[in-house]
Design a protein around this ligand. Structure first.
Ligand SMILES: Cc1ncc(C[n+]2csc(CCOP(=O)(O)OP(=O)(O)O)c2C)c(N)n1
Ligand SMILES: [Mg+2]
Length: 670
């Protein structure tokens, strides 16, 4: 095992370098958070110097240990470590902390700075992302560690703070991780007993240790500034085979600052020139220049990188022998890590449509069986709703403790953490994760959906029961503003297919959309399958909107609809055409795709001078003004739904051909 023993004085020198680089950078920026880096540096340096396995020249090495800074406000600690340990983060980058376009933004951003494993900032998310990463390790290990080989064997180390542990998402995530016994997960709690408003005693007096023990975690308590205790605790956690570990480390925020240590002000304010000087004096550091790195520290870090390279090279040899040397495993590795889509997949998905009327959730469920067979990286589950969301992969077992070969994850009724775990799975590489629940409950996942979109990672959400037409369950289960609010998240692809055939096209789009998440919005109720030998092909879904039924001459009125309302709008269009009115119908499965296409195309199907525009969607109206303008007509829903059979609701809210025709006539006298 790669463990370099380092004398206490030398380690302290590294620790103080991280402390002072962080404090100097915050001081220079006059913005940032010095307290966490100063208080946690002892633990971080022991971890990086003696345990964490990585190779800075290959930040995406699949078998690296992961380091997660869940309290992302401590970003300067991470940037200092990345610089010292040879990642492509220069001293100049540290000096540009928090400046526009720099590699060192305010909070760590995935895909922006080499070595940053995940974007963190919203407290609690990083904690739950790590659970997804630990689960991914277990699943990949089960698939690739054949005959005692250790191609996949890594740990997830995470820093978690008071703020993280106050957030409810960490309870869900810890419960899930404890249930599955994810012993590759090692979290170190920066228990400095300080948050922004002061001492945690003002609001957070629970016994965190007992809470985590109850979740089936191994819990240890240490002095977070005692290097021997840190080493012993991490070693013990690494030896644990049954449970995740929480090491509760009593630390002192702003450690080393004579007047600001243990205060809330050092959490998020520069030390100030005077206090910075006093701190340097206190720990025996040269007062100038700022950003000082002793030569000895550089040598120590370089020797650590050399040591890590040995491990990296050994793994590459093993990879050549075990994976490249075995045609089956080699092909499987490609399938997991490249995630190519079989060219005939859409055809295969279309073949699953056997009825002329089917709910899009059910059509999707049938299609998912094929996708799971053809694409082994496709793995996921639901928040206790798979019988309703139709997302269970039938020929595969559920994941269980010590059995990670299956494709079905039971997230339990933990939507918040499901969202964040999906992000962790996606960040691991090798997995296309999906998660499902009712559209209504996407609210519970919104923070992680937003982060997936920000990180540009591939996650697929299957949100079913997508409108008031769920019926009798009533307004608590009837989404209204959810489509609008999902469409408002930049870089989230929202697809609401109008029938089973568009559902196939939507799946192909979701699988090929690798630089962001996709939300599939599906119905509970049956919808007629649009006969594509008569109507245009479903593969035009890729344009976001397309003409489903055209007028003979230049359109006089254009109807637009999504999902379950497309067949209704088609009926209206046909009726209008029957009266000799030049009506055109657009199916609009995705606002984002339509918006990102060419202006020429947009104008061709939605000519700017055609002002008689009607949108039909059983949801809140606000997103539609973009397409119908202020002079258009929106058949939508103001307020909430109601508990009643779907047919009654359709009448009440006006989603009938008769009513829509009446509204059109009322507005334009046609
Ligand atoms: C979800 C969320 N809510 C609020 C914040 C704002 N915030 C940033 S740090 C923090 C608390 C800091 O306390 P702690 O986590 O103990 O960090 P420390 O002060 O010890 O560095 C808060 C409330 C946030 N980042 N995320
Ligand atoms: Mg704290």
């Amino acid at each position: 095992m790669l463990i370099q023993k380092i004398e206490k004085e030398k380690m302290t020198l590294v620790v103080n370098t991280v402390r002072m680089l962080s404090a100097d950078a915050v001081e220079k920026a006059q913005s940032g958070h010095p307290g966490l880096p100063m208080g946690f540096a002892d633990i971080a340096c022991v971890l990086w110097m003696q345990f964490l396995r990585f190779y800075p020249q290959d930040p995406q090495w699949p078998n690296r240990d992961r380091f997660i800074l869940s309290p992302g406000h401590g970003s300067m600690m991470l940037y200092s470590l990345l610089h010292l340990f040879g990642y492509d983060v220069s001293l100049e980058d540290l000096k540009q902390f928090r400046q526009f376009g720099s590699k060192t933004p305010g909070h760590p951003e995935y895909g922006h700075t080499p070595g940053v494993e995940v974007t963190t900032g919203p407290l609690g998310q990083g904690f739950a992302n790590g659970v997804g990463m630990a689960l991914a390790e277990r699943m990949l290990a089960e698939r690739f560690n054949k005959d005692g080989g250790r191609i996949i064997r890594y740990h997830i180390y995470g820093v978690v703070s008071d703020g993280d542990l106050m957030e409810g998402i960490t309870s869900e995530a810890a419960s899930f991780a404890g249930h599955l016994g994810l012993s590759n997960l090692i979290y170190i709690y920066d228990s400095n007993q300080i948050s922004i408003e002061g001492s945690t005693s003002i609001t957070f007096t629970e016994d965190v240790g007992r809470r985590f023990e109850a979740y089936n975690w191994r819990v240890a308590k240490i002095d977070g500034h005692n290097h021997n205790e840190i080493v012993a605790a991490i070693e013990a956690a690494r030896n644990e085979q049954e449970r995740p570990s929480l090491i509760i480390a009593r630390t002192h925020i702003g450690k080393g600052s004579p007047n600001k240590q243990d205060t809330a002000s050092v959490h998020g304010e520069p030390l100030g020139a005077k206090e910075l000087e006093l701190t340097k004096e206190n720990i025996g550091w040269p007062k100038s220049p700022a950003f000082h790195i002793p030569d000895e520290v550089l040598l120590l870090c370089r020797s650590r990188i050399a040591e890590l390279k040995e491990g990296y090279d050994q793994w590459q040899d093993l990879f050549k022998k075990q994976i490249k040397g075995d045609p089956n495993l080699s092909q499987a590795w490609g399938a997991f890590f490249q995630k190519d889509i079989p060219h005939d997949l859409e055809l295969e998905l279309l073949k699953t449509i056997k009825k002329d009327s089917i709910a899009t959730r059910s059509a999707s469920g049938d299609m998912m069986q094929i996708i799971a067979q053809r694409m082994p990286a496709f793995i996921g589950g639901s928040a206790d709703l798979c019988p309703s969301t139709k997302t269970y992969i039938k020929n595969s077992p559920s994941l269980e403790k010590n059995r990670f070969s299956g494709k079905n994850i039971h997230f339990g009724i933990r939507e918040h953490t499901m969202g964040a775990i999906l992000n962790g799975l996606a960040l691991s590489g090798g997995i296309i994760p999906f998660g499902s629940t009712f559209l209504m409950f996407s609210d519970y996942m919104r923070p992680s959906i937003r982060l997936a979109a920000l990180m540009k990672i591939q996650v697929i959400y299957i949100f079913t029961h997508d409108s008031i037409f769920v019926g009798e369950d009533g307004p608590t289960h009837q989404p209204i503003e959810h489509l609008t609010s999902l469409r408002a998240i930049p870089n989230l692809l929202v697809l609401r297919p109008s029938d089973a055939t568009e559902t196939a096209a939507a799946w192909i789009k979701a699988l090929s959309h690798k630089d962001g998440p996709t939300a599939l919005i599906l119905t509970r109720q049956d919808l007629p399958v649009i006969v594509r030998s008569i109507y245009p092909s479903q593969n035009q879904l890729k344009y976001g909107a397309y003409v489903l039924k055209d007028s003979v001459k230049t359109p006089e009125i254009i109807l637009m609809a999504t999902g379950s309302e497309v067949s209704l709008a088609l009926d209206v269009t046909l009726q209008l055409q029957g009266k000799g009115i030049q009506a055109r119908l657009l199916s609009v499965p995705s606002f984002e795709l339509f918006r990102s296409g060419s202006e020429d195309y947009r104008n061709s199907i939605l000519p700017p001078d055609c002002r008689k525009r009607v949108a039909v969607e059983a949801a809140g109206k606000s997103s539609w003004y973009e397409l119908v303008g202020l002079d258009g007509l929106i058949i939508g829903i103001d307020g909430y739904g109601a508990s009643a059979p779907a047919k009654t609701l359709a009448e009440h809210y006006g989603f009938t051909t008769k009513n829509i025709l009446r509204e059109i006539t009322k507005k334009w006298d046609i």
